[in-house]
Write a protein that binds this ligand. Structure first.
Ligand code: SF4
Ligand code: FES
Length: 251
């Protein structure tokens, strides 16, 4: 969350907001990256989702950005808000006391246009790289009752499954920005999720084959920005440290 003083909607509503938004279409040879300025009136409880739709409806029908759920669930509205990667639908304009908000697309992902990036392609590559599915050689009889899992193990697995693949941890990460093959905190979190799942029969040596290098677990510089910005408050650094200790012991 921004470290600005939080204002109540009543204090802030009605003031003028100034947005500076990157406009650029990489598929149009005539397009040049530039910041466009928009001024709108703030409404009570306004989020960036509301503000961007108001700008598109009233001022610039060409403005591109992504939203689906408006509730911090789909992970599609990540963008750089005054330099910090955040979910726009969960960010209130009242969090910016001077009313000045600069929006840029998240780095590390391919730009479609303006604020819209393709996170899905990156996430698909990461999922294949860490083989993000249950590996089991056990024959399962689907007519039998499922084998129970200890509640604390199930809880720990579900906790890591809360990732919404928004890409904010990737956009926050210095390693990910320097080397495109880094699996990022989201990929290492995924490995930790399968490692603790008793249905997955992979060994530490199997995980080492996948992420035991500088593009995986040893690429993290422990700068902590992934965890600072993750909108789901996932324990990313704890899980990365846990997996790093395990991978360091693999002979
Ligand atoms: S780990 Fe957090 S920041 Fe990264 S993709 Fe998942 S929800 Fe988003
Ligand atoms: S619109 Fe779905 S997380 Fe923001």
């Amino acid at each position: 969350m921004p470290k600005h003083k939080i204002m109540t909607p009543d204090q802030s509503s009605g003031r003028e907001l100034t947005f500076e938004i990157l406009k650029y279409n990489p598929r149009d040879p005539h397009s040049k990256p530039h910041l466009e300025t928009y001024k709108i009136k703030e409404t009570p409880g306004m989020t960036l989702f509301v503000a961007l739709n108001m700008i598109r409806e009233d001022l610039d029908p060409d403005l591109a950005f992504d939203f689906v759920c408006r509730a911090g669930i789909c992970g599609s509205c990540g963008m750089m808000i005054n330099g910090r990667p955040q979910l726009a639908c969960r960010t209130r304009t009242a969090d910016y006391p001077d009313g000045k908000i600069r929006l840029m697309p998240m780095p590390a992902f391919e730009l479609i246009k303006d604020l819209s990036v393709i996170t899905g392609q990156w996430m698909d590559g990461m999922s294949k790289r860490v083989e993000s599915w249950i590996h089991s050689k056990t024959e399962h009889d689907i007519t039998r009752i499922e084998e129970p899992v200890e509640p604390d193990v199930a809880d720990a697995t579900f906790e890591l499954d809360r990732c919404i693949e928004c890409g904010i941890c990737v956009a926050s990460c210095a390693t990910a920005l320097m080397r495109p093959d880094f699996v990022g905190a989201v990929g290492l979190n995924r490995i930790a999720r399968f490692e603790m799942d008793p249905h997955d029969e992979r060994t530490d040596a199997d995980y080492f084959e996948l992420v035991g290098d500088d593009a995986g677990i040893f690429g993290c510089m422990t700068l902590l920005a992934c965890e600072d910005h993750c909108p789901k408050n996932l324990p990313l650094q704890e899980k990365i440290a846990y997996m790093r200790r395990k991978m360091a012991k693999v002979k």
